[in-house]
Design a protein around this ligand. Structure first.
Ligand code: 5GP
Length: 163
């Protein structure tokens, strides 16, 4: 789509506090926060402070290669989570946006079975998302410019594996 939704760092700060308030008001008490890298790292960190949760984990998932260009399926990149760490926990998954919802679906299914409860927090949810997130700041149909990816990298690297 041509239309763009621009999020500033300032608005992001407001969004994170609002989402933390939703979590508290809803009575969910997360034991840990699982951020979906890289876009979910910002919200995961902000929620960690706002909810006073120090237990934070990261899952690396890659799906998008450009504006509205994606791989066939979201892919989990190494290093993968040590499952033992989240057994029996109340997990709050943090991401930037549920677009198709496939990334969050993958992470939710990955957690299901051995954690006590999984809830999802996103800054944006798009109407087509196949996952209905528990905590949503705004809904939009537009492509979103996040403040952390609105400018090109300071130094661009050629395609190569993480290690
Ligand atoms: P999904 O699996 O829900 O389609 O989206 C997975 C990831 O793709 C998101 O976490 C985000 O990093 C990226 N993505 C999806 N839609 C947008 C968008 O509108 N703007 C940006 N910047 N990234 C997006």
């Amino acid at each position: 789509p041509d239309e763009r939704e621009v999020l500033t760092y300032e608005q992001f700060g407001t969004a994170a506090r609002d989402l933390a308030r939703q979590v508290v008001d809803g009575g969910f008490e997360p034991d840990l926060i699982l951020s979906i890298a890289r876009g979910g790292l910002f919200l995961g960190g902000a929620l960690g402070y706002a909810l006073d949760v120090k237990n934070t984990f990261v899952m690396n998932v890659e799906f998008y290669t450009g504006v509205d260009e994606r791989l066939d399926l979201p892919v989990v990149l190494p290093p993968t989570l040590d499952q033992v760490d989240i057994t029996g926990a109340n997990v709050l998954v943090a991401d930037d946006v549920a677009d198709t919802g496939k990334t969050l679906e993958l992470v939710r299914d990955f957690c299901a079975g051995y954690v006590a409860a999984v809830r999802t927090a996103v800054v944006y949810e798009k109407p087509r998302s196949l996952v209905t997130c528990d905590y949503v700041w705004r809904r939009t149909d537009a492509w979103i410019d996040f403040p952390w990816s609105s400018e090109p990298p300071v130094r661009r690297r050629s395609n190569r594996p993480p290690h």
